[in-house]
Design a protein around this ligand. Structure first.
Ligand code: SAM
Length: 274
């Protein structure tokens, strides 16, 4: 069918399942990307009906990524990035920002969705410092032994681990704290962690009901409380200003309404392993 074709004519693998939505492509819809299919747009539109702010939230999430990566390379001197749950390497993602600051910065994009790899091959073919690996972060030990990752990043030197907009896809029974702890224990001191996550707006029933409706639309996931989010940073030193609504993390422009859902529904921070 006509509308199951991606908008940019990219070469997708012939076995790509375009009948099932995926998180990477739904997120691409939110970012006004072109690499999505009718099923993905349907999920995106269903979620936007519940929370119209999601598009703005996705933009805030991509913008903090720009500010944080720029900081981590520029001030932190980190030139190795393990971007977990990266989504598509498009719409100005990590490698573009990192390599703007330091052309030698190396980025490994990791995503469970094979479409990210298919795209990566096409887009990153002439970028020797960026690669894509298909893997599941729910098995962090296997991930850390992945020969492609180990061949590309020197895990004996500090790296930046990015968990940006991914941990809310991981259910409690899948042990997100254990995943983060395994990563934290595996990287050398001086490494950075950059985490953003859907965050509970309030304990009011209306707010909790909104979360439930949203996750129903998205299929699965878990919105976390500020205290739960704080636990992800256990054993790490948070950089100022701590864990904050995304637009408030070292903003480069004034924030007009810091109390809005668009600003507050996702929070995050950057921390350094002592
Ligand atoms: N990090 C990007 C950003 O913030 O702009 C994209 C975030 S997108 C909302 C979440 C991504 O996590 C999707 O591309 C999805 O495929 C990926 N993902 C979900 N569960 C995963 C898992 N268990 N292992 C690896 N990637 C996963």
């Amino acid at each position: 069918p006509m509308d199951s074709r991606p908008g940019n004519g990219a070469a997708f693998p012939p076995d790509l399942d375009t009948g099932q939505p995926t998180a990477a492509r739904v997120y691409d819809v939110m970012l006004d990307g072109k690499d999505n299919f009718a099923v993905d747009r349907e999920v995106a539109h269903g979620s936007l009906a519940v929370m119209p702010e999601l598009k703005e939230i996705a933009v805030h999430n991509r913008e903090i990524l720009h500010r944080a990566v720029r900081h981590i390379v520029g001030e932190g001197g980190i030139t190795q990035f393990l971007d977990l749950g990266s989504g598509l390497p498009t719409v100005k993602n990590t490698h573009e920002v990192a390599q703007e600051t330091d052309p030698d910065a190396r980025v490994v994009y990791v995503d469970i969705d094979p479409i990210v790899l298919a795209h990566g091959r096409a887009i990153l073919a002439d970028n020797p410092n960026t690669t894509v690996v298909t893997a599941d972060i729910r098995d962090p030990r296997t991930l850390l032994e992945n020969p492609e990752i180990r061949g590309f990043l020197d895990l004996g030197k500090p790296i930046c681990v990015m968990l940006v907009g991914i941990l809310h896809h991981i259910l409690d029974e899948e042990n997100p704290n254990g995943i983060v702890a395994a990563l934290r224990d595996a990287v050398p001191s001086g490494s950075y962690f950059f985490i953003t996550n859907f965050t509970r707006l309030s304990d009011e029933p209306a707010s909790i009901d909104l979360e439930k409706q949203l996750l129903e639309q998205l299929g699965t996931g878990r919105v976390r409380t500020p205290a739960e989010l704080e636990r992800f940073f256990d054993g790490l030193d948070l950089l100022t200003p701590g864990i904050v609504p995304l637009p408030l993390w070292r903003p480069d422009r004034p924030i007009t309404d810091a109390t809005s859902t668009a600003v507050r529904f996702m929070t995050g921070g950057v921390a350094r392993k002592p």
